[in-house]
Design a protein around this ligand. Structure first.
Ligand code: GLU
Length: 441
């Protein structure tokens, strides 16, 4: 860690993600001298390669705009590079390196053969028209297409990149590469190679994982109150499944504040989340305006100020601080499943773990998204498409398997499970063993 911090000073998110994994694997690593001999950790924390490129496009006023695009190909030990693209004003190499690092272990947990990658741009979709989004996606793909391929590197969505953006990028990829293999991107539309349930998969998978955690201690999610942060694709899928399982989503938040929904979210509100996402306004207040008397907006507050049994961070890294963790606990929260990537600050995780709040990390909880991308790749490669029942059954199986890997490697002497340790050790062992077997490369 000391060497890495000296080499990459200021890469806060990247160093945070590496630190968490190294802390978890320390004991097991020291029991394997062959890992140390092959310098597995030193090799694993460095991305295989990073592509950086200029993205220039013209906005609706005819002005030329320039952004920076990236693709971080992190690790290919267990399969081709796989991971999403993030379009957000705060994107930096540090952010994408943390996400690519996390993705490597997450993908290893899915049981599917996928390596880790991440990419994106400091382009902000906020306030952009549909035409501007299309022109940006096309300009971005003009550079990216040479780095990717269905057996090489398969991007998908992340924050700021959904079905619309994947569509524009896939169209441009075909024009440039003259390759018509749909497997080059996942999260496609369902009529042109996309898997049914891929849009829902991250949120659905997170709720299946939560159910597994609760069932292990003899509880059920039915009747529980849930606070959700964000109103994008992940929050949408999570709210939809929570409602279906009989839980009550009592809060949704955005960068502008929180909407309290005392009687619980309704199907109409869940549909409206899609409208809010497509508007590029990034304001949760719109929910309260659309549903007066049912959703109540408070500016500047987080979802974690609302009383709930279960907290589901579904938005961005470090969105839940130690202070938030204390507030949740004081209000009676007893479970937090991190759905966003690294959604909780280290202080929050430690507070939860030391104060009897069950906690599971994003790389386990949100892996259903990329797992269903893996299922999309399988369907594309076999030129078939499965129905919702088949995909959902596989997703259930994968989430149950991730949960049992966490239990296997995270079991504590007192019978409880350290899900952070479990997920990190299970992912690490798979990647490390593959790297060892493939020699010094
Ligand atoms: N961006 C998502 C994640 O963080 C999905 C990646 C994918 O489907 O490739 O896992």
């Amino acid at each position: 860690m000391a060497k890495l911090s000296a080499k990459y000073p200021g890469e806060k998110e990247y160093l945070q993600a590496v630190q968490e994994v190294l802390e978890s694997i320390e004991d097991i690593y020291n029991q394997h001298p062959e890992f140390e001999k092959a310098k597995i950790v030193e090799r694993m924390v460095e991305p295989d390669r990073i592509f950086t490129f200029r993205v220039t496009w013209v906005d609706d006023r005819g002005e030329v705009q320039t952004n920076t695009g990236y693709r971080v190909q992190f690790n290919s030990a267990i399969g081709p590079y796989k991971g999403g693209l993030r379009f957000h004003r705060a994107v930096t190499p540090s952010m994408l390196k943390f996400l690519g690092f996390e993705q490597t272990f997450k993908n290893a947990l899915t049981t599917l053969p996928m390596g880790g990658a991440k990419g994106g741009s400091d382009f902000s979709p906020n306030g952009k028209s549909d035409e501007e989004i299309m022109r940006f996606c096309q300009a971005f793909m003009q550079e990216l297409w040479q780095c990717i391929g269905p057996d090489q590197d398969i991007p998908a969505g992340d924050v700021g990149v959904g079905g619309r953006e994947i569509g524009y990028m896939y169209g441009q990829y075909k024009k440039l590469a003259r390759q018509y293999n749909t497997g080059v991107l996942t999260g496609k539309g369902s009529t042109w190679g996309g898997s049914v349930l891929r849009p829902e998969a991250t949120g659905f998978g997170a709720l299946y994982f939560t159910q597994n955690m609760l069932h292990r201690i003899g509880k059920d999610i039915k009747g529980c109150t849930i606070a959700v942060s964000g109103f994008g694709n992940v929050a949408w899928g999570a709210s939809k499944k929570a409602l279906e399982l009989g839980a009550k989503v009592v809060a949704l938040s955005g960068p502008d504040g929180v909407c309290e929904i005392p009687d619980g979210i309704t199907p109409e509100m869940i549909d409206y989340m899609l409208v809010m996402r497509a508007s590029n306004r990034d304001k949760v207040e719109d929910m309260a305006t659309r549903f007066p008397g049912k959703a109540f907006f408070t500016p500047g507050k987080k979802a974690w100020s609302v009383k709930c049994d279960i907290a589901l961070p579904c938005a961005f890294q470090n969105e839940l601080s130690e202070e938030d963790a204390k507030e949740l606990k004081a209000n009676g929260t007893w479970c937090c499943c991190e759905v966003s990537n690294m959604g909780c600050e280290p202080g929050a995780i430690h507070y939860f773990q030391n104060n009897g709040v069950m906690f599971a990390p994003g790389k386990a909880v949100n892996a259903g998204g990329v797992a269903t991308s893996g299922l999309e790749m399988t369907q594309n490669a076999s030129h078939i498409s499965w129905g919702a029942k088949e995909v959902d059954e596989r997703l259930h199986f994968i989430m149950a398997s991730i949960h049992s890997q966490c239990v296997q490697f995270g079991q504590q002497p007192d019978g409880s499970v350290d899900y952070v340790k479990g997920a990190n050790i299970a992912g690490f062992m798979k990647v490390a063993t593959a790297m060892l077997e493939q020699g010094i490369i």
